[in-house]
Write a protein that binds this ligand. Structure first.
Ligand code: C5P
Length: 414
């Protein structure tokens, strides 16, 4: 299945009220509306008067496929109570952009416009409120705004982070609204079951690069996609995630701490520096088996002798096996998961590798067929036998694997 096909189902059946308040970031709300409906959500849009100065309700009607509400005096509902009906069957209200003024109104429990009115009138225990702030950096940093934000959090709102960067006003700082795809990720994460809440997950991903000289090196074809998908899924499941990544060109999943490394020795050092704080270690990295014994400080030149340089290689340390042998792993305080990319006889190779590495769970896949692809088939091998996770996107497989690991960590037999 392609990743695009998978994305369409991520919010299937969810009903979302998308609120827009006054800010230049309203243009991003149009893309967000599209992203939400594209992910399968049914979206109803509510806009404040100020939002209508930045983008028209017609645009949002076209994108959501439903009429937009802007006024508490809207005569369309039979009983005139738009503020009640809109929120009653919603799974969440997402206010994006949430202006400083709107946040101040929420903090005071005001109800002077339809959006603040319906936020106040929502059944808070079953209709969560997500705020995506958007404002100038000075407004963001102002103690009044920060005080109001804390108040909205105390009152049950879920405040999303802001981005740092160039602002519409020409200044540079914190306060930009997240991009539409990031907001979509946040909404999906919000709904994910929190099966790894309280866990600290350390993940290695991607290839390593073993430098020969300043321009050449030994590496492999690992794209890092599986490890990055696992980092995202683990964070969505409530874990605190640290991702140690070899050289890959993938964006960092939201709220994941990323440490970039090059060589296997760098990766080992980063793992050892972070593993004591972890309760789960997932080694998806395709660590190079060998590294050149010598690094040439300058580019090795052809000398016309027709004699290629002899490369002496040394074996790299096995990071996973080393961590799995550590006292915390042996005492059951650190759950270790390994991966194996094989080119055939998956079951036997994965079983042997599980024993050799000393890990409770080893995830096998057929290497050359999966490198760089968005989908895969996984074979989960533990002491009892093997279970297949059939072909699906790496995103879906990561979600399934995280659920499986959470069960194992909790001591529930998978
Ligand atoms: O031995 P092999 O490379 O096939 O083992 C794969 C598993 O071991 C993966 O989980 C990989 O991340 C881990 N590994 C490691 N350090 C190495 C080699 C592999 O952590 N030097």
């Amino acid at each position: 299945m392609s990743q695009a096909a998978n994305i369409q189902t991520e919010l299937a059946g969810r009903r979302i009220v998308l609120g827009l308040t006054g800010g230049v970031a309203c243009y991003k709300a149009a893309a967000l509306c599209r992203a939400l409906t594209g992910a399968g959500a049914a979206v109803r849009v509510v806009m404040t008067d100020a939002a209508c100065q930045f983008i028209t309700p017609v645009t949002m009607q076209a994108l959501s496929g439903h009429p937009v509400f802007t006024s508490p005096w809207d005569a369309r509902p039979d009983d005139g109570m738009a503020h009640i009906h809109i929120s009653r069957d919603a799974d969440a209200i997402v206010v994006a952009p949430a202006s400083a003024d709107f946040i101040a109104r929420l903090a005071q429990g005001r109800a002077s416009d339809l959006l603040s009115l319906l936020c106040l009138a929502r059944p808070a225990e079953r209709v969560p409120l997500l705020l995506a702030p958007a404002m100038n950096r000075e407004m963001w940093a102002h103690p009044a705004t920060q005080r109001n934000l804390r108040q909205t959090v105390d009152d049950g709102a879920h405040v999303l982070s802001v981005a740092y960067g160039a602002q519409a006003c020409g200044e540079i700082g914190a306060g930009r609204m997240l991009e539409a795809d990031q907001l979509l990720e946040e909404v999906i994460a919000f709904f994910a079951p929190k099966s790894l809440l309280g866990q600290r997950v350390l993940i290695t991903a991607g290839p390593t690069f073993e430098a020969i000289d300043p321009v050449r090196g030994l590496s492999n074809r690992s794209s890092g996609k599986m490890g990055f998908a696992l980092a995202r899924a683990a964070r969505e499941a409530g874990a605190q995630v640290t991702l140690i990544a070899g050289p890959v060109a993938l964006p960092t999943p939201a709220l994941v701490e990323r440490i970039d490394v090059q060589s296997a020795l760098d990766m080992r050092a980063a793992v050892l520096a972070h593993v004591d704080a972890a309760s789960v270690f997932i080694a998806t990295a395709a660590v190079a088996d060998w590294r050149p014994t010598q690094y040439a400080a300058h580019k090795i030149k052809k000398d016309g002798s027709d004699q290629p340089p002899a490369l002496a290689l040394a074996e790299n340390p096995d990071i996973l096996a080393e961590v799995a042998r550590s006292p915390r792993a042996r005492a059951g305080q650190l759950y270790c998961v390994g991966f194996a990319a094989e080119s055939g006889d998956l079951l036997a190779n994965a079983q042997a590798k599980r024993e050799r590495k000393g890990v409770p769970l080893l995830v096998g896949n057929l290497g050359p067929e999966t490198f760089g692809r968005d989908d895969n088939v996984l074979l989960l091998v533990d002491e009892h036998g093997a279970t297949e996770l059939p072909r699906a996107s790496k995103r879906q497989l990561a979600q399934q694997l995280v659920t499986d690991i959470a069960r194992r960590v909790a001591g529930v037999v998978a």
